[in-house]
Design a protein around this ligand. Structure first.
Ligand SMILES: [Zn+2]
Length: 139
């Protein structure tokens, strides 16, 4: 029977902090592991076990701050809610469409959801999340 201990036995910690998944990999490059009768993506299971329990609802996106699909380090896993919150805020008009010029306030990030900021170089929004004093960014 698979347990947290057997899950951890499939991990090789990397110098950069990534936890390389040594177990089964899906065709999409993600680790997979059966736990409590359910087939999990390994990184989602790691988030479920070590960060916050997941309901199994696939709408809860778990993103890799390190961009390594095979990584299951809890510190590198970020809930997609920050991004979802941004899209929701934009859809209800709390964030101006990027076609509209927005003022200094938005570019300073004051009115944006936590972790979202405007990148003038790319003329687009970015997600930036701090985990234990290290900053990770995602598009
Ligand atoms: Zn990683």
């Amino acid at each position: 029977m698979n347990t947290v201990e057997t899950f951890l036995a499939h991990i090789e910690k990397q110098p950069n902090g990534c936890w390389k998944w040594l177990g089964s990999i899906t065709v999409y490059g993600y680790g997979q592991y059966t736990f409590e009768g359910k087939n999990w993506r390994a990184h989602r299971l790691s988030y479920h076990l070590f960060v916050t329990p997941l309901t199994g609802d696939e709408e809860e996106y778990i993103c890799h701050a390190c961009n390594n699909k095979w990584c299951v380090a809890p510190e590198h896993l970020v809930s997609g809610n920050a991004s979802v919150n941004y899209h929701h805020a934009a859809s209800v008009g709390r964030i101006p469409d990027k076609d509209q010029r927005f003022g200094r306030k938005q570019t300073e990030g004051k009115d944006l959801p936590k972790g979202i900021y405007y990148d003038p170089d790319r003329d687009n929004y970015r997600v930036s999340i701090r985990v234990k004093e290290k900053r990770y960014q995602a598009n």
